[in-house]
Design a protein around this ligand. Sequence first.
Ligand SMILES: [Zn+2]
Length: 277
Amino acid sequence: MAKVVRVCFAFDVDGRSLTEAKRRQGITMSPEMVKTLAEDQSIMFDRVLDFFASTGLRQTFFVTGKVAEDEPERMASALAAGHEIAFHGYSHMPLCHLSDAAEADEFDRTSDYFREKFGVRLLGMRAPSYSFGPRTPGNMRRSGMIYDSSAIDSVHPRFVPAGEAGYWEIPVRPEVDDWLHCVRLPELGYHAPIKSPDEVLAIYCDSFDRCYREAGCFVTVWHPFVTMSDRYRSVAPDLLHHIRQFDGVVFCTMQEIAAACEADLIPACSAGAAGRM
Ligand SMILES: [Zn+2]
């Protein structure tokens, strides 16, 4: 079988919900950061849509329920353009810090909103701050979700049995998270100096090259206010140019990656699929 490497430039859209969640956790953002995060869900989100439109990509946004409620027209634009919207919590509070009822409510409020407002079922998730907890698979199943992308350990999707069913884990590698390289925010634990756009591009290109050699799935953890900022805006198109030089690359949404896993089209999934019996 010819090699196929699936790629998704996935964005997490936290916006104002991140400001509010951090405030609830006792962390006050600077006024400048509050403004930046407000733009994350508005003008920076628009930049992502424009970038995807100009390059012909249909990709996945992991959006909090709060952001979606704030920005219904932008959600409608993203859906109309063929992008997938997936679950990123309702409030962006870490799921594992919540009570049983509060975690369930995060799923219900967000899933209900998308179903009632847009007639869309959310098929997958990425936990806020990678906070996937022991109750999360049960909430996913109840909400009809089939994949998660919160694990940071691999480029090979796998089936994770959970209860009577299970879900596809579509993991990422840590170096594809733009916060790691482009955000210095000591109050949130990001102390390292930010890297130059060239350095960031080189890290992403190396990560993709390794993923390609391993025939994995290359999935990003990007944020509109970071990767679409004036400083870093050239990185995504430059990475796209790099990736498009390789044979057998398919850009797709996360739900399409999950569907390919389900259909056994991704070789690394075969063992996992067999393990479901
Ligand atoms: Zn987030």
